[in-house]
Design a protein around this ligand. Structure first.
Ligand code: HEM
Length: 398
């Protein structure tokens, strides 16, 4: 890592001053939206963008706002690429991530959700995060990638270390954390190299075999691209889906009317999940870098400066969503930006939606009279980039 990248990485971990110590980011977002929607933060040396219109504009304009930023972490991949490289790479992985290949996972997702619920359903008590929404996406993606069942625990441990978020209370320095991630990435690389070699010889209908088959103009993904893509799936897909399911259930629990409606009308679930993606977006912000000088809403952004767009704020913008601070389970249309916008729009959105629909439906079917534990104190996961909770203890009819 060169000096300027190291400096930028350090800065990326600083919490914006307006958020430090705040219970929730929403008051800060509102203040910032109401005072122009775009601001420069001297301390982080970054622009922050808050209004729906401007966030949408930045994410749609890859020519001026590059994805090659400092916050890529140990895995440099699709998410940090610009066209033309991004277009070719994305077209290749799209071939493996089709709606059909995702829909094929429905039965397995249902079975995994069922197994997790079997363990707790009889007790009338569970922690929705630790017992349910955390293990589910890791097991789903491990199976899709062809990880052997006996290696699941190992895989989960690597995956955890790879996505470990910066916890200001952990006492770890940014450098220590980067080393932990680097080591996990290396172990995963070794593991996936074996899986890929094996699938080359014995192709199946798993994701790795599909990725090996994908080609454009006779061009296949090379080994480094295959490896970094497998790692990206873990980084991009697990904690986000955990938080989608956790945030949605918390939101339903806080809105008992909506919860009662969901028990009575399960068909309401897809739109209630979209609304919870808007209302409590699992990813609150994304980072871009200005390619050249550009003016945004009258502010001059200089070439190479960092631009952080806050989708968490855009999704609460009254100018776009009437009653933006209310949770409206049947809101339509709902053009939220929780999965991003433009050429990098989340590749895993169909999978995340399917997992959440199947998992939450199964949970509501099995757990009647769901309530948050009396006196539960909810702790948010650290960092301003993700939005989720560490635990969500609930009781229900056993
Ligand atoms: C990209 C959110 C689940 C794989 C993105 C982006 C967002 C996002 C905001 C855009 C990044 C950018 O523009 O820089 C989410 C949320 C999820 C979720 C909120 C769950 C609720 C998943 C899952 C997978 C996945 C389950 C795969 C298993 C990806 C990949 C990209 C991406 C590969 C990069 C696409 C590209 O650069 O072209 N996601 N994601 N995501 N996501 Fe997701």
């Amino acid at each position: 890592m060169n000096k300027s990248t190291a400096r930028r990485t350090q800065r990326a971990f600083i919490t914006p001053r307006g958020l430090a110590g705040a219970e929730s980011p929403y008051a800060w977002y509102e203040t910032m939206r109401n005072s122009g929607g775009i601001h420069y933060d001297e301390e982080r040396e970054a622009w922050d963008v808050f209004s729906y219109e401007l966030v949408h504009q930045v994410l749609s304009d890859y020519k001026h706002f590059s994805s090659r930023t400092s916050t890529e972490g140990p895995v440099s991949s699709l998410i940090g690429m610009d066209p033309p490289r991004h277009k070719l790479y994305r077209s290749l992985v799209n071939q493996a991530f089709t709606q059909k290949s995702i829909d094929m996972q429905a039965d397995r997702i249902g079975a995994i959700a069922g197994e997790l619920l079997d363990k707790v359903a009889g007790t009338g008590h569970m922690d929705i995060i630790q017992d349910f929404s955390y293990p589910l996406p890791v097991i789903v993606i491990a199976e899709m990638l062809g990880v052997r069942p006996e290696d699941r625990e190992l895989f989960k441990d690597w995956s955890d270390r790879l996505v470990a978020s910066v916890d200001p209370t952990s006492g770890q320095t940014v450098q220590q954390l980067t080393e932990v991630k680097q080591q996990a990435a290396e172990e995963l690389y070794r593991y996936f190299t074996e899986v890929i070699e094996w699938r080359r010889k014995a192709p199946g209908d798993d994701l790795v075999s599909e990725l090996l088959r994908a080609k454009i103009d006779n061009e296949h993904l090379d080994m480094p691209s295959l490896l970094s893509f497998c790692l990206l799936l873990l980084v991009a897909g697990n904690e986000t889906t955990t938080n989608l399911i956790g945030n949605a259930l918390l939101t339903f629990l806080e809105n008992q009317d909506a919860l009662e409606r969901l028990y009575a009308e399960p068909d309401l679930l897809p739109s209630a999940l979209e609304e919870s993606l808007r209302y409590r977006s699992p990813i609150q912000s994304l980072s871009r870098r200005a390619v050249e000088d550009i003016t945004l809403n009258g502010k001059l952004i200089q070439a190479d400066q960092e631009v952080v767009v806050w989708m968490g704020s855009a999704n609460r913008d009254e100018a776009k969503f009437a009653g933006a601070s209310q949770f409206i389970p049947d809101r339509k249309p709902n053009p939220h930006l929780a999965f991003g916008q433009g050429i990098h729009f989340c590749l895993g959105a169909p999978l995340a939606r399917l997992e959440a629909r199947i998992a939450v439906k199964a949970l509501l079917q099995r757990c009647r009279h769901l309530h948050l534990d009396a006196g539960a104190e909810l702790t948010r996961t650290p960092g301003s980039f993700v939005f989720g909770y560490k635990e969500l203890p609930v009781t229900f009819d056993p």
